[in-house]
Design a protein. Structure first.
Length: 258
């Protein structure tokens, strides 16, 4: 069989076996290995590593897309100097390592608007995607809307069962917008379904003593806090708004002469 026929057959088999990375690099890697005096095992190892890395990259991309983040915000993009007091890069790296997922513990970021809660928690959740965890992100109002729609379609039980299967659920902006008493009850059911089964990350602008404003009754708020704060990492993120600080900095810059 000619060289051209062999190569065509090779490309066909790589497509059939779904090995796109090897298909893309097998010639380049062969030249590199030959130039370095490597043997067949070195070549096979190199192209298989290329394939594994490519598959991992695609899998992470799928995980991030599946999570439905409103914005992709990485921990590496954070300005450490702008973080509230007590929130260190060391602490965030520890959380990003994912041990809280193994312990099914939660993360709750509390603080006023603009202090970086969403960026920090999105970054931690994306790190979970990098660890091949299945993540789902919502705003609190989005989650309540989905729960109500599922109940109206007589699919609430099925929805809650699926809600419990995510490795991590991230609920942003709890307390920013009012929730009806019925919506609060559904939200409580959803969090109860995950209690001690899977981790949640929550951002809120309300201190714990004000959670009755969200859950309508003191009884429901206490029950919710009992579940969500069990083995939780609490990030207190009060301080001056980062956006407001940036805006002030822009105003202070001297204007260029025309």
């Amino acid at each position: 069989m000619s060289h051209e026929a062999n190569e065509a057959r090779l490309l066909y088999l790589l497509s059939e076996l779904k090995l796109p990375a090897i298909k893309k690099v097998y010639q380049k890697v062969a030249l590199e290995i030959a130039a370095g005096g490597g043997d067949f095992i070195s070549y096979l190892l190199a192209i298989l590593e290329e394939e594994v890395q490519e598959r991992r990259s695609r899998r992470i991309h799928r995980r991030i897309k599946e999570a439905k983040f409103r914005q992709v915000k990485l921990l590496s993009e954070l300005d450490a100097s702008a973080l509230p007091k007590g929130i260190s890069r060391t602490l965030l790296n520890e959380l990003a390592s994912g041990t809280y997922l193994e312990e099914t513990s939660n993360i709750i970021a509390i603080g006023n608007s603009g202090t970086g809660k969403t960026h920090v928690c999105t970054g931690i959740a994306i790190e979970a995607c990098y660890r091949d965890k299945r993540v789902r992100a919502y705003t609190a109002t989005e989650l309540v809307s989905e729960l109500q729609a599922a109940q109206e379609a007589h699919q609430l039980h099925r929805y809650l069962k699926r809600f419990a299967t995510w490795d991590l659920v991230f609920v942003d902006e709890l307390g920013y917008l009012p929730i009806t008493e019925h919506g609060a009850d559904l939200l409580f059911q959803a969090f109860s379904e995950r209690h001690e089964r899977g981790s949640v990350i929550v951002t809120t602008n309300l201190p714990f003593q004000d959670w009755a404003q969200v859950f309508q009754t003191e009884r429901l708020a206490v029950a919710m806090l009992d579940r969500i704060t069990h083995r939780a990492h609490i990030l207190e993120m009060n301080g001056e708004s980062y956006r407001l600080k940036s805006a002030r900095g822009q105003k202070k810059k001297p204007r260029k002469e025309d």
